[in-house]
Design a protein. Structure first.
Length: 214
């Protein structure tokens, strides 16, 4: 009975992590040519971190990349593929391509004409200018005013990322369709890890105590 109580306590600890995740949701992506569709032999690599603030309707995009074969032309987030691209390069490539969701023709002030660089920009996702107009139209959901159109587009993008169906792509003169890309994968918050470890410790303690009693 005491072990069952401890397990319930772990569940309660995990539940306390949910409210904090409702504010910001963080995703990471490893960028490479093997994840493109079709795959390519680019030696370029990169990493991306995308943070959605679901309360304030903000999106922060952080990218670093190097070793590209061609010079950068544009970059953006695409969404939403028919299947998830998470699970490795093969899964990412098999997920295929889909249209651009974010600002076109490229992220604002993204480094152009280079083979390496970094980027950090926060977008107001209630501004329709933060999206590809085609993505807004496809996800307007019957909304007439701009505010609700933007909210619906943001929800579609966030849900697409949560389903593993959104990827960040860097296009270049070497591969106009995309030289390196990576699907956004969720990053658990540090608080979640801490609570999980505390919970596992509690279960271990309860099990040992039970063994001593028996």
């Amino acid at each position: 009975m005491r072990l069952a109580t401890a397990l319930l306590a772990v569940t309660a600890l995990g539940a306390t992590a949910v409210p904090s995740m409702a504010h910001e949701v963080v995703y990471r992506a490893a960028l490479n040519g093997a994840s493109e569709f079709p795959t390519n032999d680019s030696a370029g690599t990169g990493s991306a971190r995308v943070t959605f603030d679901v309360d304030l309707y903000k999106m922060r995009v952080e990218v670093s990349f190097s070793g590209l074969t061609g010079n950068t032309t544009n970059s953006h987030i695409h969404c939403c593929t028919a299947t998830s691209g998470l699970g490795g390069d093969a899964a990412a490539s098999l997920a295929g391509n889909v249209g651009v969701a974010t600002r076109t023709p490229t992220f604002l002030d993204f480094p152009a004409g280079v083979t390496f660089g970094s980027y950090d920009k926060t977008y107001d996702m209630l501004d329709l200018g933060s999206y590809n107009p085609a993505f807004v139209t496809a996800n307007a959901g019957g909304a007439i005013d701009d505010l609700h159109k933007a909210q619906n587009a943001f929800d579609a993008l966030v849900n697409g990322a949560a389903a593993g169906k959104a990827y960040l792509n860097i296009h270049s003169s070497y591969k106009s369709g995309g030289e390196i890309r990576g699907f956004l994968a969720p990053v658990p918050e540090p608080e979640t890890y801490a609570l999980m470890l505390a919970g596992l410790g509690l279960v271990g303690w309860a099990a040992k105590r039970r063994a001593r009693v028996c």
